[in-house]
Design a protein around this ligand. Structure first.
Ligand SMILES: Cc1cc2nc3c(=O)[nH]c(=O)nc-3n(C[C@H](O)[C@H](O)[C@H](O)COP(=O)(O)O)c2cc1C
Length: 398
């Protein structure tokens, strides 16, 4: 039977992340929704990320006292109230007015950490001013050492908790659906999309009030003269992200950054070991939400090997496709310490700004708590692979 979502635009009426996605799809013009929702090329990995969760089944324990379920966990030296954080996403100001701060405020209120993207609309300093936010910075490695030194200095001065270095984005993914929406080589939407914004007045008015589609504020001051507007900055950033990035550069970063370092975009056990040897405290098992290499494996399927290789020696975070508390529980049972949210938080942002993000976070927490209770787990430590069956891959138990 076909299920129908609410017709309301009130985020409190959304009962799942899928329902917030549905609200975002109605509120945002198609070129913005596609930017947020899509994957690379045939979207095989995007689909696979979700399908892989369905192939993992639970084997619940019964008659365990689960009146109280504790979701807290020690992650990278801090107590996290819940085992998830908001992952780095660029250009959030396109999705909702002042999008970075809307995410940050909802994160702070829920005591959830947030990782700010290098290519965010809001500066590191502005984000650091949000008192009480656990604030991390994601970095892309740019060709210019001077640019990198400056970025690290700013991060240090702003007191960010740590760096998340993204290593699966140095060659930009082929997102045809996104390219198609703009005049070739520009950040100017094609006429059909400009006209379509008239049919999405709540988004359009919000953008007008914030002065239009925002520039990449975080790096604006560091751009060459004459390249500070959005189009020039976006093309500059693409040219500058360094495709020659390799493990030696990680050594350079390690020498220039003495705080915690997490490497994001690891998809194999041997690379996880290299990340450990390179001195990273953590890694993010990620395929960038299916936006980079199409055809890559689902992260939940590569997690067990990575956990076997480096579990207990470094923090293992994971993202890509997480839209349910049950998805999070499966990853934790397979050895992840915590999960990063990409689109799950952005659907809330697109649906209703800060309130929508708050709803995303609350729904996931509620779902995770219920899942643990139904599995017979009063805390995260009692979640293990013996509670899962990976179907045709065979049970994980020896
Ligand atoms: C709209 C959008 C923008 C993103 N921007 C960045 C970015 O600036 N830096 C980065 O490291 N990852 C970026 N990502 C990838 C996310 O950090 C994360 O790996 C991915 O969204 C996880 O998959 P999920 O969306 O299925 O949860 C972006 C993802 C989306 C959806």
């Amino acid at each position: 039977m076909k299920r129908r979502f609410t017709g309301s635009s009130n985020p409190a009426r959304a009962l799942s992340i899928a329902e917030l996605r549905h609200m975002a799809a109605r509120r945002l013009p198609p070129f913005v929704f596609e930017y947020l929702d899509g994957g690379a090329e045939n979207e095989v990995t995007l689909t696979r990320n979700r399908a892989a969760f369905n192939r993992v089944a639970f084997r619940p324990l019964v008659l365990v006292d689960v009146e109280k379920v504790d979701l807290s966990r020690q992650v990278l030296g801090r107590r996290w109230r819940v085992p998830f954080a908001i992952g780095p996403t660029g250009f959030n100001g396109l999705i909702a007015p002042d999008g970075d701060r809307a995410l940050a405020r909802a994160a702070r209120a829920a005591h959830v950490p947030m990782i700010q993207s290098t290519v965010s609309n809001t500066t590191i300093e502005e984000m650091a001013a949000i008192a009480g936010l656990e604030h991390w910075l994601q970095v892309y490695v740019f060709k210019s050492d001077e640019f990198m030194q400056r970025l690290l200095e700013r991060a240090r001065a702003a007191g960010v908790q740590g760096l998340v270095l993204t290593v699966d984005g140095s060659v930009f993914g082929n997102r045809e659906w996104d390219k198609r929406n703009y005049r070739p080589g520009t950040t100017d939407p094609i006429l059909r999309h400009k006209l379509a914004t008239l049919a999405h007045p709540r988004w359009g008015i919000g953008m007008l009030l914030q002065g239009g589609i925002p520039a990449i504020g975080n790096i604006a001051d560091m751009l060459p003269d004459g390249r500070r507007d959005l189009a020039a900055a976006a093309s500059w950033a693409r040219e500058q992200i360094d495709p020659s990035l390799n493990w030696r550069r990680i050594d350079w970063l390690r020498r220039n950054w003495d705080g915690p370092l997490v490497i994001k975009g690891i998809a194999r056990a041997d690379d996880a070991r290299r990340a450990l040897d390179a001195g990273a405290q953590g890694l993010v098992v990620s395929n960038h939400g299916g936006r980079q290499l199409d055809g890559a494996q689902a992260t939940i399927n590569v997690l067990p090997d990575i956990a076997a290789a480096v579990g207990g020696q470094m923090t293992i975070l994971i993202d890509s496709g997480f839209l349910r508390g049950t998805d999070i529980a499966k990853a934790l049972a397979l050895g992840a310490d915590a999960v990063l949210l990409g689109r799950a938080a952005l659907y809330g942002l697109g649906a209703a700004g800060e309130q929508g993000v708050a709803r995303s976070l609350a729904l996931l927490e509620d779902e995770l708590r219920r899942t643990l209770a139904q599995l017979g787990c009063p805390n995260l430590e009692s979640l293990g692979p013996e509670l899962l069956d990976r179907g045709d891959r065979g049970p994980l138990d020896p």
